[in-house]
Design a protein around this ligand. Structure first.
Ligand SMILES: [Ca+2]
Length: 394
């Protein structure tokens, strides 16, 4: 019994500490700045109780030069329409040379963290009262996550922001503070239940949680890995808590739906290991560690029988590769990852980068790399990088 009580104790702690579900399915947390959650603050940014549009607080930004605050949203689907909106008021925003302003913006990034699109949907200088702005956009095909950024760019002065929101669809929805009381009643838990999943760490039996939660009047719904991966069956409208009782093991396919669930304010309880250290995926009906899958793919990509880049190892001097700054991009016989040669790129500063690139023209149809022109670029920022065995796999 004491074990069950310990479990319930953890669950209740999470419940008390959770951020309530936003009624209009906002993709943002804390859009009204009433708590300290959600936003990555910066020097010059603070919460202001004197000057706010609603509730008790706003976000205040003071700067002599520029400062920005952001919130990252991971659960985005390429092609999906989203609408951002918010309010800003400014006092004595004086642009520095080249122009500056208080801004609200949406930035989009790919899986490697490279910016693929950015748009300011508000830019104001001078002094103005609370002003509303909104922006509807499509999630970029390359985007893995987006960031809502607000602040002051290249200017001095003060700006306040309040009631920011980001929702799905083409219609802006003004931020409303979620009702925390609605969350306590009818608390619903889901649990990952996939008996075939190899467990690294310690698996806690389903029955342990079922009994413990039943004693607290909390319903528990077992979800398979594929049910967990499906945003129709697993989302923050259906459940308040997800239990991952499988130690470090987690199905890769459910990554995005879990991110969406957490961004919508869902709670998470993991037991028996370091959560998510051991990602698994189904391959020919069998669970395979994701790290092993990547290793196999890399091995295949380097195999000359499958490689689409004829000289990915640079052993033939980089045949087919193009250098944008010739004196900074060379094929050298030093420090190769494999073979005898590799590509060497030097850059003098962050701004003045250099790159090797290899462009493939491919036919429509077939798998992903056959669907579009695929440019594989090796590039370097400040300093020196060596590349070896670069290849594109079919
Ligand atoms: Ca507020």
């Amino acid at each position: 019994m004491s074990g069950w009580r310990a479990v319930v104790g953890v669950v209740l702690f999470l419940t008390a500490g959770c951020v309530p579900l936003q009624a209009a399915s906002s993709l943002l947390r804390n859009g009204g700045f009433e708590s300290d959650a959600g936003w990555s603050m910066a020097s010059g940014a603070s919460y202001d109780t004197q000057h706010k549009r609603s509730g008790r607080r706003s976000l205040r930004v003071d700067t002599a030069q520029g400062v920005q605050v952001e919130q990252v949203i991971y659960a985005v689907v390429p092609g999906e329409k989203l609408t951002a909106c918010g309010w800003v008021t400014t006092q004595n925003i004086v642009p520095a040379s080249g122009g500056g302003y208080a801004f609200m913006a949406v930035y989009q990034f790919d899986a490697a963290g490279r910016m693929v699109e950015a748009h300011d949907f508000a830019q104001y200088a001078g002094t103005r009262s609370w002003t509303y702005a909104e922006y509807t956009f499509s999630v970029n095909a390359q985007a893995e996550y987006i960031a809502l950024r607000i602040g002051i760019y290249n200017a001095s002065g003060t700006a306040w922001f309040d009631d920011m929101n980001l929702v799905k669809g083409e219609k802006a929805v003004e931020w409303t503070e979620p009702q925390s009381a609605a969350r306590v009643e009818g608390y619903r838990a889901a649990i990952l239940h996939e008996p075939s999943l190899p467990v690294r760490g310690i698996r806690t039996p389903l029955e342990t949680f079922r009994r413990a939660l039943a004693a607290e009047g909390i319903s528990l719904t077992p979800l398979s890995a594929s049910q967990l991966a499906n945003p129709e069956t697993f989302n923050a409208d259906r459940f308040d808590l997800l239990i991952v009782p499988t130690g470090a093991s987690f199905p890769l396919e459910a990554r995005k739906s879990l991110q969406a669930f957490l961004m919508q304010g869902g709670d998470l309880l993991c037991t028996g290991g370091y959560a998510f250290d051991y990602l698994l995926m189904k391959q020919h009906g069998e669970w395979v560690p994701y790290a092993e899958f990547i290793r196999q793919q890399m091995e295949r990509a380097r195999d000359a029988r499958f490689a689409r880049v004829p000289d990915g190892g640079f052993e033939d001097g980089g045949t087919g590769w193009e250098a944008d700054v010739r004196e900074q991009c060379r094929v050298v016989a030093e420090n190769p990852a494999a073979g005898e040669r590799c590509a060497k790129v030097t850059a003098d500063s962050v701004q003045a980068g250099a790159r090797f690139s290899y462009t493939l023209s491919v036919e429509p149809g077939g798998d992903v790399s056959d669907r579009r022109t695929f440019a594989h670029r090796a590039r370097a920022g400040n300093g020196l990088c060596l590349f070896g065995s670069v290849s594109v796999r079919p």
